[in-house]
Design a protein around this ligand. Structure first.
Ligand code: GLV
Ligand code: MN
Ligand code: MN
Length: 423
């Protein structure tokens, strides 16, 4: 896709970087944690305070604010005709989150709209910013839950019944914080969707490149694994008579790491959560509950990893005399973004004097769900030392502003993209 006329006319237009940074820092004042990050798990009181702040900024920009039945917030600048070009992301965080993951994309989208409004640009169709519920999946699985429901990938009733890691029910939490909205799901189909995000990995920094034109998102498989054994006395039970869930959890952790190493390429495997019961020094555990996060850019290879893990469980349960049960928490196939959107991001990044590379995303994102219903893509900026899901997550201000300027011109260009949304 060629850079659209509207964007070409205004290529020198840029966002207000100070305002963007001020908003990023103000949002980070809600639920701060040591090290400069945030703990704003989905649908907690802190998530509500963040949402309230975002809505106040949307209203300052005279956006129409819709809250849908899964709590997604869509702010629309109602200008021109037809379906909006939408951007956005999420403001929930993992328990030890940084201040940029998700928040940057939401605030940059708002900044784009405010910049256009103040400079007198009149796009031919509306521009919108979306804040999607529970992108992280840290409190309620699966991840990207709000955007999944938004595009009709999960029935609303099923999503409202999801139980959190702390036992709360999603629908009740939405009501409690006042974000069970009335706008129906699935929601308004955008003309196109583009999400700006920090890379959360090391590639851009390592290659000394400023901008990633994201081509795809790797497939994700999450499962909860419960291992039940025989709890017993740690001093009196001979090693040969043990059925120890703690040991089995460790074996699984080692197995998946070796599997990823053997498979190579984009295969990654993580055991991120281990709960041992009763969790006492002198007791052989009764039960271990662990989570597995397995990802690959290639669906066939992802399935191969899943099946090797399943086979390993069968053998391990037998050899250790334990019971192993699994529950799928999330399963999404890899997603390929729209070539026209990728092209547009790449051209605009270059036209603005940035280095750019095409790359897949290792992390999951709301854009992968929007890709089911409209032409979609993403823009990445570098993460210092590739660190994310960690309070020390950091991106240089100059890179954050460069990314927001690419988002600005990408959104304007996409207003002229031929698509099906107006049929
Ligand atoms: C979302 O942040 C993910 O886990 O990729
Ligand atoms: Mn994110
Ligand atoms: Mn994240």
């Amino acid at each position: 896709m060629a850079i659209g006329d509207l964007s070409k006319q205004h290529l020198s237009l840029s966002v207000d970087g100070d305002r963007l940074m001020r908003r990023i820092n103000s949002l980070a004042e809600i639920s701060p944690i040591d090290g400069g990050g945030n703990c704003r798990l989905a649908l907690t009181d802190d998530d509500k305070y963040g949402r309230d702040l975002l809505i106040s900024w949307m209203k300052d920009c005279n956006l129409d604010v819709l809250i849908d039945a899964i709590g997604n917030i869509i702010g629309i600048w109602n200008i021109g005709q037809g379906a909006p070009v939408m951007s956005g992301s999420h403001i929930d965080t993992v328990r030890t989150g940084g201040r940029f993951d998700g928040c940057y994309g939401v605030l940059a989208a708002l900044e784009v709209i405010e910049t256009c409004q103040q400079s007198g640009i009149k796009p031919s169709r509306p521009l919108a910013v979306g804040i999607f519920t529970d992108e992280e999946g840290s409190r309620f699985a699966p991840d990207m839950l709000g955007s999944l429901v938004y595009v009709g990938g999960m029935p609303l009733e099923q999503a409202l019944d999801v139980v959190a890691i702390d036992g709360a029910i999603l629908g009740e939490e939405l009501l409690r914080i006042g974000y069970a909205g009335t706008t129906p799901c699935p929601g308004l189909i955008p003309h196109a969707f583009v999400e700006l995000h920090i890379e959360q990995g090391p590639m851009l920094e390592a290659n000394n490149v400023r901008i990633g034109a994201v081509t795809s998102v790797q497939g994700i498989s999450w499962q909860e694994v419960v291992i039940t054994g025989q709890s017993n006395h740690a001093g009196t039970t001979p090693m040969s008579l043990r059925h120890d869930p703690a040991y089995v959890a460790a074996e699984i952790t080692v197995f998946v790491r070796n599997l990823a190493k053997q498979m190579g390429g984009h295969q990654v495997c993580t055991v991120g959560k281990i709960d041992i019961h009763p969790n006492l020094t002198n007791v052989v555990a009764a039960k271990a509950t662990i989570t597995l996060d397995v990802r690959n850019t290639d669906e066939i290879l992802l399935q191969k990893a899943e099946s090797q893990i399943a086979d390993f469980f069968v053998g391990l349960a037998k050899s250790e005399g334990v019971k192993i049960t699994t529950r799928q928490l999330a399963r999404f196939e890899p997603v390929i973004f729209d070539e026209r959107v990728i092209d547009c991001v790449e051209q605009i990044a270059k036209a603005q004097g940035n280095t750019v590379q095409r790359m897949p995303s290792g992390a999951g994102h709301d854009a992968q769900m929007l890709a089911r219903v409209c032409p979609s893509g993403m823009i990445f900026v570098p993460s210092v030392k590739g660190i994310s899901h960690n309070p020390s997550e950091f991106t240089e201000t100059i890179d954050l502003i460069a990314g927001a300027n690419i988002l600005l011109h990408t959104m304007l260009s996409l207003t002229t993209l031929d698509a099906d949304s107006d049929n």
